[in-house]
Structure formats: structure tokens, C-alpha cells
Design a protein around this ligand. Structure first.
Ligand SMILES: [Zn+2]
Length: 395
């Protein structure tokens, strides 16, 4: 637990959601009086508020008042760089989206940074939120990211190598900017703003233009030694398989990704331009469509079974953008997963398939900015007196 008690309170609320003063005091080993004083300060500075009353009908006595992060204390911007465009959102402390926009994209970093800076300005203006209430910005992309140095080490989709993109955006917007892999952002979004709050160990598999994967272990996002944890898309699923854009052969990406499925349909001369259309053909019994979805779902299920056996998560959330994964694809994935995972593990792993909308990754990006603001040490502006250093902008 953090030695700064105010920060420790915030960290608990970020991780577990609203809590009563009594339970916070117990978790931190503080007296009720000490906790009351600290929470009073945090309420006065606008970090916390008293939330709904938890009333337990089985217990007599006064219902307890819960403390939660004040959603209006700060706002965050998340931008997700995708193949066709860049969805952007402005969200509050609770992950509620206040404003959203779809920005154009570019694979040239300085041009894209200009686009994002202009888009962020418009987004803030349109939201009616004062610029001084913005606490941070985060950009996410599909690829290998050094989070600490804020560099995109490699992105096959964007064709980037060693791009210091966060600095470019920060320079143009004036907001503290972080850079993160989009699957990691999805996992932080699930933990902070989603339904992952109650779980310390879970994995997220994302299915959109690419396949992503990220893990929470012991309540922390697990990035791995060099930020490469969760590179599921480029795990070899077929020995000596088709060449992959990463330079290897037979990666999951070459069999189960959106572009692989579309490519297989084109090769089979199917009259289908999207996974949805391939699903529709499978529904009416088209043998090629069924075969393609079978192959993709079998590979994805096999890969997820490996995730379960390597990580032993409490839950796996398979998040796919609406329309990207239809009934057959999902059913085959589930069957393949069940067939390949050890019984003893499948019995204790919850598998959830979620349909997500287009701003899922942008919301995850906003969660990254919020998480950084709420929990990470800010060495540049941490004051020597041990005062609460969150809430100050380095800009
Ligand atoms: Zn690959």
C-alpha cells in the first residue's frame, strides 16, 4: 500500500470502486478519526464525493455512506489510432463519455499529431468542459509500445518503428500525454471503467482490425519486461504456415484476423466483403464460408486456450467490435477453446464474449490517462512535504 495515505485511498477507490469510510479505515489500518480527516480533505479538494448509500436490509442500524471518486473532478481524452480513422473521446473520472469524435488518420507521425491536436481542441470546445479540467491525454495504437519512454517501438499496421509519438502530441496539445498498446488500454478500461473491478487476475482478448491481448495480474496491468506481453496475434498457430506481415510464418494473425478472413473469402471467390457477409453466407449453408469461419474460430479458440493455461486468469473477456464476430465464428471459437483447455482450468475460468462499439479503444485510452493521473507517481511535481501531488498539471 502506498505510504501517502491520501494516494492510498485513491488507489483503493480506483481498484475496487466506492467504499465506506469504515472499510477504508480497516483496509489502510487507520483509525476512523484519521480516515475522516483525510476523506474530508479529499472531498474539499474535489477528488472525492459521498456516493449512494449502501443499505443492507439484513443489518440494523444506520446505512453507511460510500465514498467515490468525484466524476467531475477531472476529464480525460483518449484517442485510438486505427486503420481507417482515429476515434477520440472525452470522458469523466467514471468513464462516462461526455463528447466523442471520429478523426481522420495518417501514417505520417507529425501529420497525425497535427490532426489529433486539432481534433482534441474541437472535442474540448464541443464538450463545454473547461480546458483546465482536462487532466491528461492518452493515445493508443496496435503495436509494440515502450510505455515508460512513450515510444512506439514497432507497429506493423502503421509501419512505424521507434516513433516518439506521445511527445509530438504533448508538444502540440500541452496536455500530459501517454502512449499505450490498444489491448493494454482495453484491459485498463475494463478494470477502471468496466466490469473488471472485482477481479485481480483477468485477460482481455480484443478482436477488431487486429487481434490484441492483455493481462491483469495481482491487480496490476502486466506489460512484460519490454512491453511485449500479450502478443497473441503473432503467436505461431500453424507450423510453416502462410507468411505473416511480422516476418514470421503461421501466426494467429494469418488465420483468424479480420484481414485474414476477408482474404480467405476473396481467394474462395465468395461474394463477401465483410465478416458479417461471410457469416450470412454460412447461415445459408455456403460450404466455403463455413470452412473459413471454422478455420479462423478454431485457431482463435486454440490461442485463447493457451492464454488460459499460461496465465490462469479468473476471467477472459473476448471483446469484438460489433459485427466483427458473428454467431458461427463465436461458437467455433468457444468450442475450440473448450476442446483445448484442461478441464480443471476450464471449470474455474469465466469466458465472456462482449460486443463493443467503435469507441471502445478510445475509451480505453481515456482510462489509461485516468489511471496514470490517479495512481502513478509524478516525480516531476511531487512535493517534498508529502502533499497530495495528484491534481497538478506539469503543463
Ligand atoms: Zn506474425
Amino acid at each position: 500500500v502506498n505510504t501517502d495515505p491520501k494516494r492510498a485511498i485513491l488507489e483503493i477507490l480506483v481498484d475496487t470502486g466506492p467504499q465506506s469510510r469504515a472499510s477504508l479505515a480497516e483496509m489502510l489500518g487507520l483509525s476512523r478519526a484519521a480516515l475522516s480527516g483525510l476523506s474530508r480533505d479529499l472531498i474539499e479538494t474535489g477528488m472525492l464525493r459521498e456516493a449512494e448509500v449502501a443499505y443492507d436490509p439484513n443489518k440494523l442500524g444506520r446505512p453507511s455512506i460510500l465514498l467515490e471518486l468525484d466524476p467531475g473532478h477531472g476529464y480525460f481524452i483518449g484517442v485510438s489510432i486505427e486503420q481507417q480513422n482515429c476515434p477520440a473521446v472525452l470522458a469523466d473520472m467514471h468513464g462516462e463519455i461526455i463528447a466523442e469524435a471520429i478523426l481522420p488518420t495518417s501514417s505520417t507521425p507529425p501529420i497525425l499529431a497535427d490532426i489529433i491536436a486539432r481534433g482534441v481542441d474541437d472535442l474540448i470546445r464541443g464538450s463545454g468542459i473547461g480546458r483546465e479540467k482536462l487532466r491528461g491525454l492518452s493515445v493508443t495504437l496496435s503495436g509494440f509500445v515502450d510505455h515508460a519512454r512513450r515510444i512506439c517501438l514497432q507497429s506493423a499496421i502503421l509501419g512505424w518503428q521507434g516513433v516518439e509519438f506521445a511527445a509530438m502530441v504533448e508538444e502540440r496539445t500541452g496536455f500530459p500525454t501517454s502512449l499505450e498498446n490498444n489491448a493494454n488500454a482495453a484491459a485498463v478500461g475494463e478494470k477502471l471503467f468496466g466490469r473488471g473491478r472485482d477481479s485481480a487476475d483477468f485477460s482481455v482478448v480484443t478482436f477488431g482490425a487486429g487481434i490484441g491481448c492483455a493481462h491483469y495480474i495481482g491487480g496490476q496491468l502486466f506489460r512484460g519486461h519490454a512491453g511485449g506481453a500479450g502478443e497473441l496475434a503473432h503467436c505461431t498457430i500453424e507450423l510453416d504456415g502462410a507468411p505473416c506481415r511480422c516476418g514470421k510464418r503461421g501466426c494467429l494473425d494469418t488465420i483468424a484476423s479480420h484481414h485474414a478472413v476477408i482474404g480467405a473469402a476473396r481467394e474462395a471467390r465468395l461474394n463477401a466483403e465483410s465478416v458479417q457477409e461471410i457469416e450470412a453466407l454460412a447461415q445459408i449453408g455456403d460450404a466455403s464460408a463455413i470452412r473459413i469461419l471454422h478455420r479462423a474460430g478454431s485457431a482463435l479458440g486454440l490461442a485463447i486456450s493457451h492464454v488460459i493455461q499460461l496465465m490462469n486468469p479468473e476471467r477472459v473477456v473476448v471483446a469484438s467490435v460489433e459485427g466483427m464476430m458473428g454467431d458461427l465464428f463465436r461458437t467455433v471459437t468457444r468450442q475450440s477453446l473448450d476442446a483445448h483447455v484442461l478441464r480443471s482450468l476450464s471449470a474455474v475460468t469465466e469466458i465472456r464474449f462482449d460486443d463493443v462499439n467503435q469507441n471502445f479503444w478510445a475509451r480505453g485510452a481515456a482510462a489509461i490517462a485516468a489511471h496514470r493521473y490517479l495512481t502513478e507517481d509524478k516525480t516531476s511535481d511531487a512535493s517534498a512535504e508529502g502533499e497530495l501531488s495528484v491534481g497538478k498539471s506539469s503543463a
